[in-house]
Design a protein around this ligand. Sequence first.
Ligand code: NDP
Ligand code: 2IT
Length: 445
Amino acid sequence: MNKYLTEVLVKVRLDNPHEPEFIQAVEEVLVSISEFISDNTKYLENGLLERIVEPEKVFLFRVPWIDRDGKVQVNKGYRVQFNSAIGPYKGGLRFHPTVNLSILKFLGFEQTFKNALTGLNLGGGKGGSNFDPSGKTDDEIMRFVQSFAIELSKHIGANIDVPAGDIGVGGREIGFLFGQYKRLRDEFSGVLTGKGLTHGGSLVRTEATGYGVVYMLTNVLEHFEETIVGKRVLVSGSGNVALYTIEKLIELGAKALTVSDSKGTLYFKNGITKELLEEIKELKFVKRGRLSEFKNKTGIEYIESKSPWDIKADIAIPCATENEISEEDAKTLVNNNVRYVLEGANMPTTSEGYEVFRKNNIVFVPGKAANAGGVAVSGLEMAQNSQRESWSFENVDMKLKSIMKNIHTQMVENGTTGSNVDYVKGANIAGFRKVADAMMAQGVV
Ligand code: NDP
Ligand code: 2IT
């Protein structure tokens, strides 16, 4: 790696010793842009690299709330405002017991380059809480969210920072946040995205991340002169990203074989049908149940405590969480002849897993490109809110398709050597250039 970049990475390691996920994300980007930086030494000036790996601001706050037994509970609330070089901070909120600063900084860092790839003017941010929504009543969720919003509202705004959903945060939570923000500020604005359609949400936002992943897949397959029809696909997770990925896979004629949650995997030997998908949606989105409740149906196997990665398939799309594909998992996928991996989740592949894919020439599309459809439609929701307009489903979907195609083109342009496309390199260089050029133009800030 370029000597200067190595020094930056050493500093990041020393400055953030307890943040392994953040260091992992920074290392992945710096390694893949190293050659580009050596050829474009202007990016070594003005401490640009030292600045780009440091969040502009981080807020950490106490979130007290009262549970259903009248007991006071206390959680940590965060907002990481990573980079505003190309637009207001933008990125989701995650509610999950594993949330900590390392995870939110890695997500904010990734978001910065992802948002640049969309071609929209969106900076990068991320936030959330170590609050665990599972098993909570709607009232508990509302009380927690209202308390969280009291502090968060001081730092966000339609032209400052626009949060959205992520793990554990969907339409219900965004609705409560929006209501409390409006009450605190006396302002009806596009301060959050992923809103319900009744109060300024955009059509397609719910489906956007998953649909976008599959639009990216079709671009990739087309590039390699293959078709999606009949492809066998492993999907992990059973949340927003996973289930809308599966919906689009089914629509385009692929066979989605699996869903999973933190307790196990459901394997549908003949592929998930539209009807089965509706049942899974009902179970996960309405009843908020576990996949284990699906067992005992014919042709469907519930595999407890296991991820989907040892089932034979052509394509893997991890859509649950970070570092869910280990080195062992990657080797199993390679041995089973999986040839394409698209990251629906953010950084679901460990560094060791990625090395296995790279050495075996697996076509690998990183999360910042593959899952950018969600934030892209969030950007379109902001545009609609600013114009006080609501666009049709077809219009938003068409724009989403074109954004995903454009991201694919940028990766090919920036990541091709000879006949080989390195999508990781392509995504990182394309995203970096856009953010870095804006930072250079704005001086040392
Ligand atoms: P959801 O909360 O809707 O679903 C999360 C899914 O992942 C659930 O099935 C959950 O299982 C599983 N999961 C979460 N944490 C873990 C864990 N530690 N171990 C195993 N399984 C886990 O979240 P989303 O679908 O919105 O997000 C999934 C991924 O996609 C995340 O990486 C997120 O950052 C990324 N993403 C989301 C976007 C969006 O628009 N929502 C946009 C771009 C990326 P269980 O219920 O058992 O916890
Ligand atoms: O990781 C992500 O891109 C998201 N969770 C969506 C962010 C957004 O602002 O829509």
